[in-house]
Ligand binder design. Structure first.
Ligand code: BGC
Length: 344
């Protein structure tokens, strides 16, 4: 009898202790409960990707601002998968075991999202995917999955329009030798990335729709990387001496790589026109220096704010849908704008 009492009391004490521990993260204020801390996991496909590292800094800034405004302590656990999906899957498990409230995932392999979604669903942990878009079928598996990115067709059409506008003003801006044809080379991002395929297609289509006479000399995949782009451009400058008039790049980092090769060859800066996408700080510098002809800037502050706002709302158990202008209740597209040399 006495033993049962002791067990009963110990059970009650344990329940009280667990409840108190849970309530530690919450504070009662005027009736509704207010959060005092949150933990958000951020998984990057590659921490040394220039665009992703710019976005990471913007995210950290958002978290700090939110902390100051709301008084809620934010812990961002940022992990780099270094291009390995297996590593990223283990990182997801680790962040779940650390008790994160939401995950922001820049997935390595966009066709492998189901593994991460399974783990998140089992743990009841909402996920905001960003920049690398899972297939729609995966996105529709659960209501707590969101995507933040830039509309690839919009980026490409804006990039193409920079060139169409320039050609209309003066064909010789692009057609340097005046033979009536703009000879170009193309630097593409990863083949498996949704942005590469769409950007390439719509950039060229926009030039064709704008009646710019074109001839593709060659093209290649530089996986978004400056050094790979630089190596390809070096090779093309040798293969097509004095012929390349335009370099269309799926992102700024590859445009910077092509500029590196042009500079190594001693070609006068600005004579070969280059366009990029992203508007990363180094790209904007190259634009000001007259080395890059134009780029399409995505608003990184807004991009990071959206990722963070959706993740923090979900972390608080709130509905993220009221946070933003969402498409199909799941997708948010970050605003973009054209930057050209004329604007400086
Ligand atoms: C950006 C690239 C970046 C890639 C990474 C693209 O949307 O334009 O600069 O390397 O995403 O996933």
């Amino acid at each position: 009898m006495k033993k049962r009492w002791v067990y009963g009391l110990a059970g009650v004490a344990l329940a009280v202790l667990l409840t108190a521990l849970w309530l530690c993260r919450w504070e009662k204020k005027d009736g509704p409960q207010k959060r005092t801390s949150m933990r958000i996991g951020v998984l990057l496909y590659r921490g040394d990707d220039t665009f992703i590292s710019t976005l990471r800094m913007a995210l950290e800034k958002q978290a700090k601002e939110y902390e100051q405004e709301s008084g809620i302590k934010v812990t961002l656990d940022i992990m780099d998968a270094k291009s390995s999906q297996n590593t990223q899957n283990s990182q997801v498990e680790r962040l779940i075991s650390l008790g994160c409230d939401a995950l922001c995932v820049n997935i390595v392999d966009r066709s492998a999202a189901s593994i991460i979604i399974d783990k998140a669903m089992a743990a009841g942990m909402p996920v905001v995917f960003f920049n690398r878009e899972p297939v729609e079928e995966d996105m529709n598996r659960w209501e707590k999955l969101y995507y933040v990115g830039t509309d690839a067709k919009e980026s490409a059409v804006l990039q193409g329009e920079i060139l169409v506008d320039a050609y209309r003003k003066n064909p010789r801006i692009l057609d340097r030798n005046g033979d009536g044809i703009v000879k170009y080379v193309l630097l593409e991002g990863e083949t498996s990335h949704q942005d590469s395929l769409i950007r390439t297609e719509w950039s060229i289509q926009t030039l064709k729709d704008g009646n710019v006479p074109l001839e593709k000399l060659t093209g290649g995949i530089a996986n978004w990387e400056r050094s790979q782009a630089s190596a390809l451009m070096e090779q093309w400058l040798e293969e097509y001496p004095d012929q390349i008039e335009l370099v269309i790049c799926n992102n700024d980092d590859m445009a910077l790589g092509a500029i590196d090769a042009i500079e190594r060859e001693g070609i006068v800066g600005g004579s070969i026109k280059l366009v990029g996408i992203d508007g990363i700080p180094a790209g904007q510098e190259a634009l000001k220096a007259g080395k890059l002809f134009g780029t399409v800037e995505s608003d990184k502050e807004q991009y990071a704010k959206l990722i963070f706002d959706i993740a923090s709302s979900l972390a608080k158990g709130k509905d993220a849908k009221e946070k933003a202008d969402l498409e199909k209740e799941k997708y948010y597209w970050c605003p973009q704008r054209v930057l050209t040399q004329q604007k400086y």
